[in-house]
Structures are given as structure tokens and as C-alpha cells.
Design a protein around this ligand. Structure first.
Ligand SMILES: *Cc1c(COP(=O)(O)O)cnc(C)c1O
Length: 507
């Protein structure tokens, strides 16, 4: 249930503290918001009953528990002419509509009667919360706006600061994020860039990889991995994947090395690291650059070492659906090498160093200050979210086993020291994946196939000369895999709903 706490409830809670109501408003099943305009208004009213110090203290205790959401200036002034109800009530009703909330929590529902908004009194709210919750009607794959409640207040302060400072390009927040993410990824350096895709491109450029060079990678990945290799003029050389982890099969890498091989680009797919030790051995032997595509794997570990510190460079994405997403595009490259770090920083600004003198041809690969500020504000939440994803993964495994579905669907193997579950991907054998997918769609359960067509089979890469049948393990994975909803907002009853849909499908 998503609620806006109206001014009158704030006033009442301050004067007559009610821990039970506060607890219930803070429960997992509720998202309660406070309109920032309500705070001074409530303070004025509370001062009629309490002295100023106590009024501020009590109000502070209440509002610190909930995100306070501001309204944009024009939203406030647009509300002025609407006189169907009090100004304060109209503002609350408008906020409910803008934020997509369920109701206003108010003592005086009458004062909202002229407005098209649902209202609940605290008593009605508690009754509704106590009633067995309405049956679910579906589960979204992701609920990005649903997660704002938790982090928006941390991010908003930073966002305003960036907008007001005018330092939109490579402002101090970019360096701050680079320091924090480098540390988080156990790397010495980090360079913020414009996207995960550009992280891959700039890493290849920094590794001096281009025409005539071969890069060994996996055909079972997001397009950008291979697209970036082709964009720098190099040739992707595919080797098949391990059927258990869906990651590049390290044993096959050695056989693919030729005189032209310059780099290996393993992908830590779905949030689990590739088998890096044998890859390193091969790289050392042939003097190859290792570039990790860690776009799905921030915080993931291999033998207790973090993704991004497992190769010469690690490439990350802040695309909103990744575990650490911005409010738009963004990415980052990590490295332990001071010379690569310097090169990456220069390539990020068209290869310009000093300014307007170009040693290399780089690009505009800059991370926006605004994105850096938001990502840095979200970083402290990341480990908590990862734990929720891991707990969800364990719960799915338990529910699927309990339902006796293990013969029909295979749950993902957790073989490295820290899988961060960017995706929870099951395997559905016997050609039933697409039918299960349709069954999910009928029940409004979000799911997705990552990825339905391998890269060696893509039309744009037909000149590489591969054909269907070349990488059987990857092709089978493309036919059998299905990602279930498992972002950190997913709750146990939603998982039960998903698993019971699988059970119905197979019964
Ligand atoms: C998301 C992703 C990318 C690209 O990141 P963007 O920020 O969307 O450009 C690259 N590789 C993999 C494996 C990804 O999942």
C-alpha cells in the first residue's frame, strides 16, 4: 500500500505519539511518503500545543522515518486556482496522482470529498493492513519507480546540488563516485564513462586493440560485448560457454588463441563471475589483455575477489536495470594500472591532453555529473539489495524444490564466492520455454529471455563466417533460459505466485 501522510496526521502524531501507527506505516508492505510542503505547515500547527523545541523534535522523529517528497514549483503554483478543496488538501491529492500512490492518510476524509483521490483514516489503514491482503494479480519483472521510496531522498539532495552548481560535465561528484566504486571493486582506479557499452569500447581503445586484432569472447551475452569489439575494428572470436554457469568455457579459450589474439573478454553473466583463473594463465602465457564485461556483476566475487579487479580492466554499467543503476545511462571502467588509468581518462575526452592537443582519437565518453551523483547516493544501499536478491534466489530454489518441479526447471547454480543475481535465470528443457513464457504472460508475470539469439547468429555479424550449430551449448541456452522476477523489491508472496504458476503449467 502506497500512502501520502497528510499534514493533519503529522500534527496528530507529534502531539499524541503513536508508535503502533508509526511502525505500521514503516512496515515492508507499506510505502509512506511525506510532502515536504506539509512539514512547515505541520510545525506551525504543532506549536499551538507544544513548545518549539519539542515540536521540532517530535516532528523530526516522524519525518525522518519517511521520504519527504518535494513538488516542483510549477506543480505548486498550478494548484493555486483549484479551489474545490483546501490548498493543502489539493496539493496532497495532486502528489498522490503524480507519485502513483493509493491514498491520502488523513484524519478528515471529508475535506477531500471534492477531489478525485482515495483517502484512508489511520483506523481504516490499520484495518486494511490487518485484513488478509488482496490476492496478487501479477508480478512485474522489475519495479523501478517502486524502489524510489528507499533511495530518492538520499539522491535528491545530490541532484539539486549538481543542478544548482552548474558543474554538469566532470564535476566533483564524478571523481567522488570513481573513488568509491574503485574501492568497492577492490581496484586502484576507476574512470566514469557514458555507458556500459562505452566502457567496453574505451577499454578496448585503451588496450590498443583495433584492426587486425582478435578478441576471444562468448556468443551468449548482451550485444554490446561483441558490438564494441567490432566497433574498434577488431574481430570477435567466439568460444562456447559452460552449460552450468552460462559463462565462457575457460578450457576452450586456449584452443582459440592465434597469433592475432590480443585480448580476452569474459562476461560475468547474470551476476556470476566467469572462471577467471585459467583465463589469466592463458593471458599471461600469450601476453593478452583481459577485459571483464562486468556490466551485470558489480560486487560479484570470484575466489573472494571482486569483479573489476579480476582482469586488466573491468567494465560496468549504470543502466537503470543493473544492480546499481542511475537515472539514465552511465558506466565505469576499473583498473589497477596507472598507465591504463591515464590513457582511459584522456580517451574519455577525445584523446585530448593537454586540452586541444590530441595524441589519440578518443571520443566523448564522459559520465554525466548528475548520474554520478545519483549512483553515489545509491551505492550505500547496494549490499543490502544484493542480500535481498540472494535471499530471493534461495527462496526460489526452495519453492521450486518443494513443489517438485526440479525435473521440469533447472535453477541457476551458485558456484562462485558471491553471485549477485542481476538475473535469476532458470532453464526449461524439452522445448517448453516459450510455452511457459506465454503462460506467465497470461498471468501478468514479468519474465524475459536473456538472450534469444546468440551473437554468432546475428545478421550483422554474418561476415564473421559462423553458422548455427557452431556453439551448441550457447544455442541451447538461448532456447531454454528464462529470467524470473527477482529484483530486490520482490517479496516472498510474489515468488510463491510465480512458482505456483510454474506448477500449474506443468500439472
Ligand atoms: C548492460 C550490458 C552492457 C551495456 O551496458 P549499457 O550501459 O546498457 O551500455 C554490456 N554488457 C552486458 C553483459 C550488459 O548486460
Amino acid at each position: 500500500m502506497k500512502l501520502l501522510i497528510h499534514t493533519d496526521v503529522l500534527v496528530d502524531l507529534a502531539i499524541h505519539p503513536n508508535d503502533e501507527l508509526l511502525e505500521q506505516l514503516s512496515s515492508d508492505r507499506v510505502q509512506a511518503w511525506v510532502l515536504s510542503a506539509s512539514v512547515p505547515d505541520a510545525h506551525r500547527q504543532i506549536r499551538n500545543s507544544l513548545d518549539d523545541k519539542l515540536a521540532r523534535e517530535r516532528l523530526g522523529q516522524i519525518v525522518s522515518r519517511f521520504p519527504t517528497t518535494p513538488q516542483a514549483g510549477p506543480e505548486v503554483t498550478d494548484t493555486l486556482p483549484d479551489t474545490r478543496a483546501g490548498f493543502c488538501e489539493t496539493l496532497s491529492a495532486q502528489a498522490v496522482q503524480i507519485l502513483g500512490l493509493d491514498a491520502v492518510l488523513t484524519l478528515n476524509t471529508e475535506s477531500f470529498s471534492a477531489l478525485e483521490v482515495s483517502t484512508l483514516t489511520p483506523a481504516q489503514f490499520i484495518t486494511r493492513l490487518d485484513q488478509s491482503t488482496a490476492p496478487l494479480t501479477g508480478v512485474p519483472l522489475l519495479d523501478i519507480p517502486g524502489s524510489y521510496h528507499e533511495w530518492l531522498n538520499s539522491a535528491e539532495r545530490e541532484m539539486y546540488e549538481v543542478v544548482r552548481s552548474g558543474k554538469f560535465i566532470l564535476g566533483p561528484q564524478v571523481t567522488d563516485l570513481e573513488d568509491k566504486v574503485a574501492q568497492y571493486c577492490q581496484s586502484r582506479f576507476a574512470v566514469g564513462v557514458s555507458s556500459g557499452t562505452d566502457a567496453l569500447v574505451i577499454a578496448l581503445m585503451a588496450g590498443d586493440i583495433g584492426p587486425g586484432d582478435e578478441v576471444i569472447t562468448t556468443p551468449f551475452t548482451f550485444f554490446a560485448t561483441v558490438g564494441s569489439i567490432v566497433r574498434v575494428g577488431a574481430k570477435p572470436v567466439f568460444v562456447d560457454i559452460d552449460p552450468v554457469t552460462f559463462n565462457i568455457d575457460a578450457d576452450l579459450v586456449a584452443k582459440a588463441v592465434t597469433k592475432k589474439t590480443k585480448a580476452i573478454m569474459p562476461v560475468h553473466l547474470y551476476g556470476q563471475c566467469a572462471d577467471m583463473e585459467p583465463i589469466h594463465t592463458i593471458a599471461k602465457e600469450h601476453n593478452l589483455v583481459v577485459i571483464e564485461d562486468a556490466a551485470q556483476a558489480i560486487g560479484s566475487e570470484y575466489k573472494d575477489q571482486r569483479a573489476g579487479s579480476l582482469g586488466d580492466m573491468g567494465c560496468f554499467s549504470f543502466f537503470p536495470t543493473k544492480n546499481l543503476g542511475g537515472i539514465g545511462d552511465g558506466g565505469l571502467v576499473t583498473t589497477d594500472s596507472e598507465s591504463l588509468y591515464e590513457r582511459l581518462r584522456i580517451l574519455r575526452v577525445h584523446g585530448s591532453h593537454p586540452k586541444y592537443y590530441h595524441k589519440w582519437v578518443g571520443g566523448n565518453f564522459r559520465l554525466d555529473t548528475l548520474q554520478a551523483a545519483v549512483v553515489a547516493a545509491k551505492l550505500p544501499y547496494l549490499d543490502g539489495w544484493t542480500q535481498k536478491r540472494q535471499a530471493n534466489a534461495d527462496r526460489y530454489r526452495g519453492l521450486i524444490a518443494e513443489a517438485g518441479l526440479e525435473n521440469h526447471v533447472q535453477t541457476p547454480a551458485d558456484v562462485t564466492s558471491r553471485h549477485i543475481y542481476n538475473q535469476f535465470v532458470i532453464r526449461v528443457a524439452n522445448g517448453k520455454r516459450d510455452a511457459l513464457r506465454e503462460h506467465f504472460q497470461k498471468r501478468s508475470i514479468g519474465c524475459e529471455v536473456y538472450y534469444p539469439l546468440c551473437l554468432h547468429q546475428q545478421e550483422c555479424f554474418k561476415d564473421l563466417g559462423y553458422k548455427t550449430g557452431d556453439f551448441k551449448v550457447s544455442e541451447t541456452a538461448a532456447d531454454e533460459t528464462l529470467a524470473l522476477p527477482n529484483s530486490f523489491e520482490v517479496v516472498p508472496e510474489q515468488q510463491e505466485f510465480v512458482v505456483s504458476a510454474i506448477q500449474d503449467f506443468f500439472s
